[in-house]
Design a binder for this molecule. Sequence first.
Ligand code: GUN
Length: 711
Amino acid sequence: MANDSKREAEPCRDGDHGKFEVKTSDGWARLGLFHTNTHKLKTPTLLPVVNPNIQAILPSEMWNMGFEALITNSYIIWKGEELKAKALDEGVHKLLNYPGVVMTDSGVFQQYVYGDVEVGEVEVVEFQRDIGVDIATMMDVFGRPDMSREELEDAVAVTAARGPAALEAAGKTLLNGPIQGGTHADLRFDSAQMMSGMDFSVHPIGGIVPIMENQRYRELIELIVASKAGLTPERPVHLFGCGHPLLFPICVALGVDLFDSAAYALFAKDDRLLTPTGTVKLAELIEWPHLSPALFGNTPEEVRKLEKDAKIELLARHNLHVTAAELARCREAIRNGTIWNLVEERSHCNPELREATLWLYDNMPDDLILNTHPCRQGGVRWSTDMMSHPRIIHAGHWLNWTPPPVDHLGNNIPLEQRVVVVLHRNTGPWRESAGSLISKIVRDWPQVIPVIYTPIGLIPFQLEDLNPFAHILGPDGLWDAILPDFIDEAEIEEYVSMLTEQLFDNYMEKILLHNLDFEDELLLERLEELIGEPKPAGEGRRGDVKSHHQRFAICDKISLFTGLDYEVTHSIANDLTFIMSRTRRVNNVLLNDVHLFSQRLTDGGLSLTTDGAKWIYEMMNSHSEQEGLPLVVLDSDAEPFVRDGRNVMHGFIVGQKGLLKSGMPCLIINEVGDLLAHGISQCGPRELLSFCKGIAVKVRGGVTLIEDTDQ
Ligand code: GUN
């Protein structure tokens, strides 16, 4: 939301009306663009509720503050003779003097608050269409949380039954299809599925105002998760009546795109100020706990003395500024991958919200975890909830490791003879702090598998540069605070076997823990006790151990990033050659002189070259039982463009195989199975075929036909 008063509305292009496009995502959180005839609306955003009769802040000022859409009530306009005539005559945008997107509600909220409304279900939709709104709302049945299950089932069924007539009445006007079902997750899911089956443009989650008013946030989060699971992913999700900034981060993290609320005005009338962490009463303030442009130059005492309307206007303006700023903060957090840090921060501001957040951690949807890319540039800031954040959960599942089958001299070592040494008490890079100790140990006892303790779990020493494991940002104490104060050997073993369970299937009986702050001699003595005499003067050179680890690190990374079995990747270990960086780290990975992968030194990840993609596809075809990379099957119309390196756009995809994950590599093939390109998926499997606008796969390299026939 730029705060630029000279901004003009940007209508959508022909053919884009009603399309929703995701520009960036992190898990379910998404930065989107909703294309309407009036404006391309950037999401997540909030639509301030505007009463056509009373406006403390004018809609034109809201536009200038950066609010690109607002919501007003068509029933109020319909009921007022003068308003109705003017709206029908000049259109709703002129009536409100607002250049942005206008959404209207249908009077259902009035029905909930005041009882009955006089207007007919179809008539109210026709009216919204006739006054030129961008997004109209059908007449749903407000499901209150105190209704019986039967009543709520009825609300869901009647809302769905009214859908077809409402859609017909709306014509080309975009229409909201609300989800009802009270606090019953199964009803929300059913309602979402039924409404998704019709041609609505936006899905508001309705009936939540009384749930929020009573701070029943755990139930709110549960019903959002249930609704999202039942909704088709390519339409924006709106949270009807949710406007407290405190709730934005968690809702945005769960994929809510639109909010609307009169909170800014209602709280202002009640002499209350919104802040991102809660609401404060003007009466209790000596100083401002949270500043905004609206408050500059005024003390709380001075504002208290203002005449009533001026005071409401000032507080409403402040509340809007706070709302806009918190939404900007959420959008920025999606961009920089910190939305879950913001969720965690806000969770500590309110006990009910904390309860809801903890519930979510325990019930994190698999689809959300799998589409949260674990390996990225940049550190992970240590926090209390870090282990429950989707990126860290995903990283733990992802690192499913198999040790190299041979030692640095090429000898096979049976699994049962191996000894795991867990090194801890030090931050990375471990190649610097533990590299020479490890080389020495492995030369003396080749059966040793060195493993590093990190605050988010163990990693094999050879993967010591892999993000996020290698990039946990926190105080030194983090590396030892979690370790127990060891008393006896039995306790150590129990503890270490618990730690190693995540990496090994418990087939390695012998495990040693070594604190890097201790003398190296201590570890050597213990290894001698456990395994026996070292090989005389150590066999092989130190360099052999280092290059053994480097070589198998690359094999491991190929498995992690391409889904090829360890059996396949370990089998090529000795055929790989490397081009090294100036700091002696592997840069390019070659197989039989062909450059297949490049190692990213920033996050320890691997990037594929086009030859790498071809090799993987060959491996997948010759070892069909393994997973490999997910495949996106492209429509033939787009084939020449994608072969040429252009991105895969939604709407040109006819199928998929394997489990696509947002932010991870995939291969693009045509319907007869020719490899066309490789790239990074921008979405998960649910989104791939549902969206019809935006980039589905960012292509990193295309397979040209000339190259193809050369082979
Ligand atoms: N405003 C707040 N909640 C609702 C709802 O459930 N339905 C409609 N139509 N409007 C709302």
